[in-house]
Each structure stands twice: as structure tokens, then as C-alpha cells.
Write a protein that binds this ligand. Structure first.
Ligand SMILES: NC(=O)c1ccc[n+]([C@@H]2O[C@H](COP(=O)([O-])OP(=O)(O)OC[C@H]3O[C@@H](n4cnc5c(N)ncnc54)[C@H](OP(=O)(O)O)[C@@H]3O)[C@@H](O)[C@H]2O)c1
Length: 304
């Protein structure tokens, strides 16, 4: 140690797509502790501990023991179909669990960043501002909106970041570019909607933005977004950046019913990036730049 002690960060859901990126970006600056629930996994340069955020007692005990300066809550149930089928569990994790962390953050004086979603909107309008009235149409969206409400109620100093679509390196290859890469590398064509929009963000870039935002003391709701694009454009750009066959990315309209969705996806889930762009120096990367950073990460052979 040379004098100054590192601040401590706790990343709940640290094994997930975004949580893992936060750990990767934080570990050199912070003493980094992350939690896992069902998937125990070692992440380089950080300490992992088990925690079920639905247990108020366990959350309080964990935060009382660790006394982190900053908590990033990236733990959630975020599969739309799963939440639709398991509404009580969705509410317990996405709402009550988030509230449990906020209550402990407030009690022990930790700054909290809570991650939320475009799904708090109905997707009719797109380019949603932070001040637009929410109107969730899925169980997932409703549980996340209730999570925002509980976090703000328990910890008014918290920062809530809303994001429309995250991609990067996940355990199960769940993000859209990962799926596109997997299919295209096997020579399998993918049909992607030309009329469903989002504003995708690279997980590691989002982590950098969140860490700067926490340092700058931002509170309240901020979108983390940049470019609005269709799912088709996202697929196509992924193929281009990774040098794969763009002809395998096939445009399709959501109106035709050709691609079946059990729970209808929001038509336009894009988020207005103006507020965050004014508040932090780290740019939220546009589609091409974000995908190029993702490629660099994969090319570098990063494991966690
Ligand atoms: N991915 C996207 O495109 C997207 C879009 C909009 C918003 N978001 C939001 O971004 C955040 C991060 O999402 P993500 O894509 O990184 O999700 P993810 O990869 O599914 O990770 C979520 C993590 O939450 C943990 N978790 C689930 N239930 C838990 C519980 N009861 N107690 C403690 N931990 C629990 C899981 O841990 P175990 O695996 O160990 O069980 C998992 O690692 C979420 O708030 C999500 O709503 C994501």
C-alpha cells in the first residue's frame, strides 16, 4: 500500500453481462467485491460472495459487513418471457431486491447506482426522455418500474441509469450481437426486425460511464444511450465489424408474423441520450464504435 486506501465498490449481479463489465472496469481503481446468486464464478482481481438480494436481512448484513463506498446493482431477472411466467419472482428480485439494497445503501452511507430499463415505457414513441411518463406493458417492465420507485423512496441520493439494450461478453451468449455472431459463424441466416428500434450500448463502455457518473455525484434518472437503430441495423453492423457474411442478416418486418414472439417486444425502445451526454465526459459509444470495442475485447481473449 502506498498511503491512500482504495475506495470499495460492491457489484450485485457481478457475474451477469453488465455486472461483469463493471467489475472489469472498476477493479483497478476500487477494492472490488461482487455478488453472485446461482452462478458462482471467479472474476480476476475481485472477491465474489453469494447473496440473494430478495432477502432483506442478508442484504443488510452484507452491506453492514463490507461498508462499500459505492454499490452498483446489476442484479435482476431480465428475461421478458421468464418474468411474464414468474411475476412474483420478478417482483421479488427486480423490485423488492432493489429496494433492499437501497435501504442498506442509505443506512450505511453508500452511493448507489441502480440499473433500469426502457421497458418502463410502452415503446410507442421512442427516444424517451427521463421525464416521459412510464407505462410498462410487461411484467418485467412493471417490476423494474416498481424497483425504481422503491430505490428512490429508500435512497433519494441514488442514481438510476436506464438502458435499452446492452451487449458484451455474457455467460450464456445472451446479448443480440453474441447471438448474431454465433449464428453467422455457423453459416445460419438470422432474420431481424427492420421496424423494432433500440439504442444498444456496449457493457464495458456503460460501466465506464456509470463509474464516472457516480464520481461526479449524479443522482436521479439518466438514460445511458447513444444511437437509435433497428434490430436489423444492429445485426448488419455486427456482421460488418466482425468481417462476417452480411447477406446472412436478413431484414424482416415485425408486422408479417414471420418471426414469432411469445411476449410482444416494444416497437421503439430507444432512449434520448441528451442528459447523460451533458453530465459526463466519457462518451457513450455509437453503434460502430461500441461494436469495435467489443471486438477488441474478444480479440484480446479476456476471460472475465
Ligand atoms: N441486457 C440488456 O439488454 C438489458 C437491457 C435493459 C436493461 N437491462 C438491465 O441491466 C441490468 C443488468 O442486466 P444483465 O443483462 O447484465 O443481466 P444478467 O446477465 O441476466 O445478470 C443479472 C444477474 O442478476 C443476478 N441475480 C438474479 N437474481 C438474483 C437474486 N435473487 N439475488 C442476487 N442476484 C441475482 C444473476 O446472478 P446469478 O447468475 O449468479 O444467479 C445475474 O448474474 C438489469 O437491471 C437489467 O434489467 C439489461
Amino acid at each position: 500500500m502506498n498511503g491512500k486506501q482504495k475506495k470499495k465498490i460492491l457489484v450485485t449481479g457481478g457475474v451477469g453481462l453488465l455486472g461483469n463489465a463493471v467489475v472489469r472496469q472498476a477493479k483497478n481503481t476500487y477494492e472490488t467485491v461482487y455478488t453472485y446468486n446461482r452462478h458462482a464464478r471467479n472474476l480476476d482481481g475481485a472477491r465474489g460472495i453469494p447473496l440473494d438480494i430478495t432477502s432483506a436481512g442478508a442484504v443488510m448484513e452484507c452491506i453492514a459487513g463490507l461498508r462499500p463506498d459505492l454499490i452498483v446493482n446489476a442484479a435482476a431477472l431480465r428475461t421478458i418471457n421468464y418474468c411474464q411466467d414468474h411475476p412474483d419472482e420478478a417482483m421479488a428480485v427486480n423490485a423488492t431486491g432493489a429496494g433492499n439494497i437501497a435501504a442498506a445503501a442509505a443506512r450505511y452511507g453508500a452511493k448507489m447506482i441502480h440499473v433500469s430499463t426502457d421497458s418502463v415505457f410502452d415503446g410507442q414513441k421512442g427516444m424517451y426522455k427521463e421525464t416521459d411518463p412510464p407505462n410498462p406493458v410487461t411484467v418485467y417492465g412493471k417490476s423494474k418500474l416498481e424497483g425504481e420507485r422503491l430505490v428512490m423512496g429508500a435512497c433519494p441520493e441514488a442514481l438510476i441509469v436506464r438502458v435499452s439494450s446492452i451487449y458484451g461478453m455474457s455467460l450464456e451468449g445472451q446479448s443480440i450481437p453474441e447471438w448474431v455472431l454465433d449464428q453467422l459463424r455457423k453459416g445460419i441466416p438470422v432474420k431481424m426486425f427492420t421496424d423494432a428500434y433500440l439504442s444498444p450500448v456496449f457493457a464495458d463502455n456503460m460501466a465506464e460511464v456509470m463509474l464516472e457518473a457516480a464520481g461526479a455525484g449524479l443522482k436521479g434518472i439518466y438514460n445511458v444511450s447513444n444511437e437509435r437503430c433497428s434490430r436489423y441495423e444492429l445485426g448488419l453492423e455486427t456482421a460488418r465489424v466482425f468481417g462476417l457474411d452480411t447477406a446472412l442478416v436478413q431484414p424482416v418486418s415485425s408486422e408479417t408474423g414471420e418471426v414469432k414472439m411469445r411476449v410482444a417486444r416494444t416497437r421503439d425502445a430507444s432512449l434520448d441520450p441528451t442528459r447523460i451526454a451533458r453530465a459526463v465526459k466519457t462518451p457513450v459509444l455509437g453503434l460502430r464504435d461500441g461494436l469495435m470495442r467489443f471486438k477488441k475485447l474478444l480479440d484480446g481473449g479476456v476471460k472475465s
